[in-house]
Design a binder for this molecule. Structure first.
Ligand code: C5P
Length: 227
């Protein structure tokens, strides 16, 4: 089968990672979670004890660290300078600060460059906020995946209920709305739907349904040669 690139963008909690991973598995493509890269930088910055205002130190940290993504049995594994940080980068502290770190232009430039390199050989499903607009503007298939804030918070709540019983639905809803606001309003590469991205609202769709729909779109628009 012809190899091509798929860009999946959208707000926090829209199901991008799960869906992108399943689409990649079906096609035999490689899945790249770019949010994990911004989270990895944030984790390292917090480890070093820097504050958000220390932009120069943050940029230097990002420039001096090695981030690698490897496929694992339960999803993508994330390594920083050889250390497995897959679960550490999902902590509340990282989630709270990541959107601030992701709004620093030099950090974005650095990570976008790495992401472009990862996709150069094609056969990549990449999810994030600026993939269709900036990272892979020539991706053969672009999807903008969204869902209502309420639905996204409910999904996160269901996912985290066992691991984090102290979290409330209201807290999750607030966190999601706060991150959306920062991501949509930052100066550099804000979260916005690429003009040529297919808009998919998954509020009333199951994961399997969304995956099938994206695969159908790939068949008709990319593999079938219809654009
Ligand atoms: O996808 P995830 O929610 O893990 O991403 C964490 C944060 O990283 C987002 O809220 C956003 O601030 C940032 N991000 C970004 N550009 C991307 C991917 C993620 O700015 N391509």
């Amino acid at each position: 089968m012809r190899r091509f690139n798929i860009a999946i963008d959208g707000p926090a909690g829209a199901g991008k990672s799960t869906i992108a991973r399943l689409v990649a598995n079906q096609l035999g493509f490689i899945y790249v979670d770019t949010g994990a890269m911004y989270r990895a930088v944030t984790w390292k910055v917090l480890q070093k004890g820097f504050k958000i205002e220390q932009t120069e130190e943050i940029i230097q940290t990002a420039q001096g660290m090695d981030i690698s993504l490897k496929p694992g049995e339960n999803g993508q594994l994330v390594y920083v300078d050889g250390q497995d940080v897959t679960s550490d980068i999902r902590s509340d502290a990282v989630t709270k600060f990541v959107s601030y770190i992701a709004s620093i232009g030099e950090v974005r430039k650095l990570l976008v460059e790495k992401q472009k390199q990862m996709a150069a050989e094609k056969g990549i499903v990449m999810d994030g906020r600026d993939i269709g607009t900036h990272v892979l503007p020539d991706a053969e298939m672009k999807v903008f995946l969204t869902a209502s804030v309420k639905k996204r918070a409910e999904r996160r709540f269901a996912e985290l209920q066992t691991a984090r019983p102290e979290l409330t639905l209201a807290e999750l809803e607030q966190d999601i709305a706060r991150r959306d606001h920062i991501d949509e309003n930052r100066e550099i590469s804000p979260l916005v739907r690429a003009q040529d991205a297919v808009l998919l609202d998954s509020t009333n769709m199951t994961i399997a349904h969304v995956v099938d729909h994206i695969l159908d779109l790939c068949r008709s628009r990319v593999l079938g040669g219809i654009s």
